[in-house]
Design a protein around this ligand. Structure first.
Ligand code: ARG
Length: 262
């Protein structure tokens, strides 16, 4: 019996010693990590999701992503002492990715809508957009009413897609991965028009022969940055920086660099 007690005691002692040692070394590791963080001053990253097929807001220039959104985001990151990292993804995976906390924010010439506000929070608006209709120069489409029964090209999940589907019926809508592809389909005669934001539309019309923008615009909207609903702390910081950049004229300077007055 005594022998058994002895063994039991020895076992208990060993187990608690091992546990104490483990706890101790874990503590050590944590202290080292904390010291490193303060000494190396690694900048916190700000991960922005975009869809860089949307000039002049975001597009590829060589291996870089440039444009109004990219530059405003960089100015925000600079103000916050953060390192900006841009992820180029499909437009319709930006909001799900922000909801899943894969990205800190989404910035993609993104329109504030009631439906989207159910999934994400939006920053202060930094630009206005208008949905317009691109047609061929010789098109018989003269007004929004004439779009009834026409084949309409859009970029998947954009407001152009959502509004046109509502107004003219799913069966008349052809969805493309980006505006450039929709415009190519218009040039090739596969669709009769493309509904898209005005500034990218101007770019596509300039890049292709025989296209024009319908005089009457379709829907007016506000662009803003979206955030995970739980991350109000980051949104507040970004909003403060953004509002300062609007107030001191930085945002306007960036916009004017990419959008020449017409
Ligand atoms: N403003 C439109 C929307 O929010 C289109 C945005 C498309 N942006 C892009 N980067 N592809 O639905």
């Amino acid at each position: 019996m005594k022998k058994f007690l002895c063994i039991a005691l020895a076992v208990i002692l060993t187990v608690s010693m091992v546990a104490a040692f483990a706890a101790c070394s874990k503590d050590n590791k944590e202290t080292t990590a904390a010291t490193e963080a303060t000494t190396t001053e690694a900048k916190e990253t700000l991960v922005m999701a975009t869809n860089a097929e949307f000039p002049p807001y975001e597009f590829h220039e060589g291996d870089k992503i440039v444009g109004i959104d990219a530059e405003i985001a960089q100015a925000i990151a600079d103000k916050l002492g953060m390192e900006l990292k841009i992820e180029d993804v499909q437009f319709d995976s930006i909001i799900p990715g922000v909801q899943a906390k894969k990205y800190d924010m989404g910035m993609a010439g993104m329109t504030v809508t009631k439906e989207r506000q159910e999934s994400v929070n939006f920053s202060t608006s930094y630009a206005k957009g208008v949905q317009v209709v691109i047609i061929k120069e010789n098109s018989d489409i003269k007004s929004i009413d004439d779009l009834k029964g026409k084949k309409i090209g859009v970029q998947t999940s954009t407001t152009g897609d959502i509004y046109a589907t509502d107004d003219f019926g799913e069966e008349n809508i052809t969805k493309f991965d980006n505006g450039a592809m929709a415009t190519q389909a218009l040039v090739a005669g596969k669709v009769d028009c493309v509904i898209i934001d005005n500034e990218p539309a101007k770019n596509y019309v300039a890049a292709n022969e025989g296209l024009k923008i319908l005089e009457t615009s379709y829907v007016e909207e506000d662009y803003a940055i979206c955030f995970n609903k739980e991350n109000t702390e980051l949104m507040d910081k970004v909003n403060k920086a953004l509002e300062e950049l609007i107030a001191d004229g930085t945002v306007k300077t960036i916009v004017d660099k990419y959008i020449k007055a017409d």
